[in-house]
Structures are given as C-alpha cells and as structure tokens.
Design a protein around this ligand. Sequence first.
Ligand code: NAP
Length: 248
Amino acid sequence: MKLTFSDRIALVSGAGRGIGKAIAEKLAEQGCTVICVSKNPSSCGAVADEINAGGGKAKAFAFDVSDPAQVKENVANILKEFGKVDILVNNAGITRDNLMMRMSDEEWQSVINTNLSSCFYLIRDLSRAILQNRWGRIVNISSVSGVMGNAGQANYSSAKAGIIGLTKTLAREFASRSITVNAIAPGFIKTDMTAVLSPAIMQKAIDTIPLKRMGLPEEIANLCVFLCSEEAGYITGQTISVDGGLAM
Ligand code: NAP
C-alpha cells in the first residue's frame, strides 16, 4: 500500500539516535519535512544532514524537551520558520532504573520530566497551531513497561503509563479537528538504551518474548509512519504494542 503524505511538516523528538532516528528517516522518505530534535546538537544535526544529503528535507533543533522554557522558545522559532507542524512524534526518553526503596528524587523526577512532561510541554505549545490547521497526527512513544509494569522501573513505567492516559484524553479533546493521537508501546528494541543491559539480562528478556528476538528501530518506525499517514485517519486513542508478543 502506498501511503499518502501531502506536504507535511513533522517534528520528531529524540531524533538523534535509535527509534527517533528511524522515525525521522522514514517520515523524510515519505516526503515530510522533518524537524529533528535532540538534546545534543551533534546527534540531531547528523541525522538532519544525512536526510538532506539523501535528497530529503530536514532541520535540526537541539534543546532539552524536559525544560518548559526551552520548549516554548524553540516551538515559537519552529512555527515562525515553518508556519505549521502537522505531525508530532514524542519519542525522547531516558531510563534511570533503580529499586523503589533506593530510588532518588532525581531519578524519579528526571525520568518523569523527560518521558512524560516533555509530551505535555510540546503538545501544549503546538496545540493552537495544530488545532487551527484542522488536521494533525500525534504519536507518543510509550513502552511495554507502561503497559505491564517492570520491577526496577517505577519512574519509567509511571511515565510511560502516564503517556497512555494523556494519549486517550487528547484523542477525545482533539478529535473534532481531525487530529488523531495514538501511542506505540515498544518492547525490547536494539538501541543505545538497551545496549547498557548485561548479556544475561538481555538473554532473560529474549527468553520471555514469544518471537524470541529483540525488535529493530525500523519496526517501530514502520507503525509510526502508518499512524502519521492519511490512511490512518480513523485510528485514535489507541496504544499499539510492537513487542514480539511480550505484552499479550
Ligand atoms: P536512545 O537510543 O537512548 O535515544 C534517545 C533519544 O532521545 C536521543 O536522541 C536523545 O538525545 C533524546 N533525548 C533524551 N533526553 C532528551 C531531552 N531531555 N531533550 C531532548 N532529547 C532528549 O533511545 P531509544 O531506545 O531510541 O528510545 C526512544 C523512545 O522509545 C524512548 O521514549 C524510550 O523510552 C522508548 N522505548 C524504547 C525501548 C527500547 O527497548 N529501546 C523500549 C520501549 C520504549 P541525544 O541524542 O542528544 O542524547
């Protein structure tokens, strides 16, 4: 099936590496102009350069999505330069795993702010423009941890479960303007985030996955691109797992 994208501007957070990079590249392949956001200018810069060198259209914006002042300032600059944002993919995320009784305020707060509050800041600051546009796609990247819970990730699974609630509420709030809001819940995906896990933990995780392997960033990006297309216009408020069957 050929997907339809007409002159769309897409903002992808956490586009510097891993899943966000794959999403940015696939949206660019569909003809979208991609605003690549990451914390470090070198990572989003390299992805935008790669897209432009391959004949696509992209621009990098480096800022901290967990800081409301930086989000406000950068969203204003993006809207000034591009006039609109049609597609928003909230993908930036971090983990700071610890058992509950040892978890520090900083570990809790940084994970909630980066994974959940960032979605609130970006959606809020872009919502007037997206609502005026009367067409939009918002995809929030949750996690199997938000669906099932995961020992050692009270901060991360709370943030990712929060994303599911945010997604359902905004799907209802924005529906009358033809704006869909969905979440994707990836399982174990091969990126820098999971590269820190020990081989023993990795193997234990793989043993519990029905498809007996980790997923690839492109496998998350494929669904994300579909959800952002014209063809996905009747899907909203959903959390779709891409996890090799882990959260059945
Ligand atoms: P990753 O490889 O660690 O990349 C994370 C990206 O997010 C990087 O580009 C990073 O920017 C950016 N980022 C982090 N904090 C930021 C901040 N405060 N402001 C702006 N950008 C920030 O992660 P990933 O594995 O691709 O994960 C992407 C998303 O999928 C996350 O939300 C994650 O929770 C979720 N997820 C991942 C898995 C998995 O198995 N990998 C499973 C379930 C869900 P820099 O490049 O500048 O550092």
